[in-house]
Design a protein around this ligand. Structure first.
Ligand SMILES: Nc1nc2c(ncn2[C@@H]2O[C@H](COP(=O)(O)OP(=O)(O)OP(=O)(O)O)[C@@H](O)[C@H]2O)c(=O)[nH]1
Length: 220
């Protein structure tokens, strides 16, 4: 597939420690993307769906440590980290913000509080992350339509207010999971390697085009 698995044995992993990595990506360094959001919004499940292509229901205890996967796509390596949503682990998470190139910020469409907390997450992000970090807002658990508490247009409106791209995902059905990671990867690649003759990459346009192409997706 588009996101090739990279065996851990082939990697000498070190968390990226400087923004210099940006310039080196095309030579095979790692970009760093982290998943953030309230406890229970589905960060671990989303990473497992992305990594293993399956949903393991209800089997995760609140994440204590930070897990990650490494994939090759769009001609460079991506390191994708899960983080713990609980308040008591917050100081650990902050340490990762600084080196993150991209942040996937999740809420749960069945949880109003997780949506309301997005503003607080964005404040933290602006405090601890690099100013040019790529942010994408994800409304997860889109499969749970009967329990929906946040309409899609509310998610869209919040995203527009902060000028970040948005989509709804489901770690359960896998809808939009690859697309979210691919859109972010393309944006990172565009920023890392800018060719003067290349048209500007627009993450919103890319997402729209994908939607039209697949003719699917009520989840935007
Ligand atoms: N139906 C449905 N359930 C989901 C989805 N994503 C996660 N869940 C469920 O929601 C619960 C919480 O998911 P986790 O992946 O552990 O959430 P988390 O954000 O990693 O939580 P912390 O590790 O505490 O920060 C679990 O019972 C999951 O099975 C989804 O897209 N659809």
């Amino acid at each position: 597939g588009r996101w090739e698995k990279v065996p851990q044995s082939q990697l000498s992993l070190q968390p990226s420690t400087s923004r210099a990595f940006m310039a080196e990506w095309p030579d095979g360094s790692l970009s760093s993307t982290i998943l953030v959001g309230d406890s229970g919004v589905g960060k671990t499940s989303l990473l497992v769906q992305f990594d293993q292509g399956k949903f393991i229901p209800g089997s995760f205890s609140a994440t204590v440590g930070i897990g990650f996967t490494v994939r090759f796509a769009i001609s460079f390596l991506h390191q994708i980290w899960d983080t713990a949503g609980q308040e008591r682990f917050r100081s650990v998470t902050h340490a990762y913000y600084r080196d993150a190139h991209a942040l996937l910020l999740l809420y749960d469409i069945t949880s109003k509080s997780s949506f309301d907390n997005i503003r607080a997450w964005l404040t933290e992000i602006h405090e601890y992350a690099q100013s040019d970090v790529v942010i994408m807002l994800l409304g997860n658990k889109a499969d749970m339509s009967s329990d929906r508490a946040i309409r899609r247009d509310e998610g869209e409106r919040l995203a527009r207010e902060y000028s970040v791209p948005f989509m709804e995902t489901s770690a359960k059905t896998g809808v939009n999971v690859d697309l979210a990671f691919t859109a972010v990867a393309k944006e990172l690649k565009y920023r890392a390697v800018q060719h003067p003759n290349q048209p500007k990459f627009q993450i919103h346009d890319y997402i729209e085009a994908q939607r039209e192409k697949s003719g699917c997706c009520s989840y935007f």
